[in-house]
Design a binder for this molecule. Sequence first.
Ligand SMILES: *[C@@H]1O[C@H](CO)[C@@H](O)[C@H](O)[C@H]1NC(C)=O
Ligand SMILES: *[C@@H]1O[C@H](CO)[C@@H](O)[C@H](O)[C@H]1NC(C)=O
Length: 265
Amino acid sequence: MDQLVRALLLLFLVQLPASFDAPSGDGGGWGLGSSIEDEGECNIEIRDVNSITHTQFIKEYAYAKPVILRGLTDNTNFRFLCSKSNLLREYGGKTVRLSTANTHSYRKVDVQFEEFLKFLLTPQPEDTLGSDTLYFFGDNNFTEWHSLFEEYKAPPFSLPLMLPAYSFGIAGPGTGVPFHWHGPGYSEVIYGRKRWFLYPPDDAPEFHPNHTTLSWVSLSYPNLELHQRPLECTIRPGEVLYFPDRWWHATLNLDTSVFISTFLG
Ligand SMILES: *[C@@H]1O[C@H](CO)[C@@H](O)[C@H](O)[C@H]1NC(C)=O
Ligand SMILES: *[C@@H]1O[C@H](CO)[C@@H](O)[C@H](O)[C@H]1NC(C)=O
């Protein structure tokens, strides 16, 4: 390469500001280093926003079965604010509350958000117990994080008499919550991919409450009979998964993921 061109290129590179964020479509600086390849199959219905109305959503899915809604909201701006450099700059010094990733979350630990990003946001080894895994999800301080969450555009299909509550999280590849259930809600990934497993309320899967989803996927899932197989799909940015009341579900983050759930209650 010509010396001058090389010098100019170098000048251009070193002059990029520290907080430079590549255009959308990148990973927001969250890195894809230890991603899990296997996305599994997708046997959950997927509806494009243009192919479904609120009334149809209520009639066909709200009380009946999970669905993935595509293109519901445009969270480009929220995604931009959730880049690693932005979050570190805005919230690095704040205290966040982590909890263990077992079915009945027991332990809670408070750490500085910066410490969490630097030391705890690591890939999940397969033999770790869910009860030993610290997970940043929920327990969000909506006073301190207000200016971030007010930029989030929640799925617009509401359920009658139900109000939304948000839960924001960040987790490394291989992490996820084991099977549990609660009220209806939505889940969206802002960065990364999240694999979902669901069973109807009356069809509880077999699992150990202290074991991670990763160990369930590698040890139990391959031995399931056809009729024992879950509903499953891997969701990506731009897709929102809806789960009805009391459906069993477990999740597995395939990449370092930034995600937000909207619980309806
Ligand atoms: C949330 O943050 C505010 C402001 O820093 C603080 O006063 C409050 O105690 C925090 N709430 C919890 C539950 O930690
Ligand atoms: C799960 O882990 C918790 C905390 O370590 C422990 O108290 C509990 O007995 C464990 N449950 C089972 C079923 O092993």
